[in-house]
Design a protein around this ligand. Structure first.
Ligand code: GRF
Length: 185
């Protein structure tokens, strides 16, 4: 199976996924695409010899990203810290074949604006005693696709948004590659 990773930022999740599939017979990371030409994820892709592609929001909405994914015969699209809303046309082109990771236990702390440190600040403000990750299929409704996997970590009053982020990233790096692998059948 040929996988494309969409990311907008650092790409620590993308790194773990590329590492995992480096010598896999089940899947190949065929492309890393970003809407930010200076995203560090592009450097990480180059290190793994994975082709990269950058695009603007306008180009994505004009269908340029969909065309690229089709040209590259991509089977699965993995969102790993991708901050734009995916156009419905693109979602419909990959029915039950587009996966996202959200750094909280959906349906809690989901929806627009809940990304990056905002999520962890909200969890801290909410006084929650646990948080975690949600890996889900992407559909036309933000953060509401079928949940595939969740993992939780406990929090104490001493936790800060920064320590919460560290605990959540550890879960992401531990589980996201394996969950993707399990989806490839
Ligand atoms: C992760 O926290 C992920 O859950 C969220 O965006 C962040 C991406 O981090 N969707 P990175 O770019 O993979 O380091």
């Amino acid at each position: 199976k040929r996988l494309a990773i969409l990311a907008s930022g650092s790409g620590s999740n993308a790194e773990k996924i590329m590492e995992h599939f480096q010598n896999s017979s089940k899947g190949e990371i065929a492309l890393v695409a970003s809407n930010k030409s200076d995203a560090f994820v592009l450097e990480r892709a180059k290190k793994f010899g994975v082709p990269t592609f950058t695009f603007s929001r306008k180009e994505m909405e004009a269908g340029v990203l969909l065309s690229k994914l089709q040209e590259e015969k991509i089977d699965w699209v993995i969102l790993a810290g991708f901050l734009l809303k995916i156009p419905d046309e693109l979602i419909r082109a990959f029915p039950n074949r587009m996966v996202n990771i959200h750094p909280a236990l959906l349906p809690k702390y989901g929806g627009k604006g809940m990304y990056g440190m905002h999520v962890h600040e909200a969890v801290k403000a909410g006084g929650d005693t646990e948080t975690g990750i949600t890996i889900h299929l992407v559909n036309e409704h933000y953060d509401e696709g079928k949940i595939i996997f969740q993992a939780a970590t406990s929090l104490s009053a001493e936790d800060t948004p920064e320590t919460i982020a560290q605990k959540v990233h550890a879960l992401e790096h531990r589980y996201f590659p394996e969950v993707i692998d399990s989806l490839l059948g």
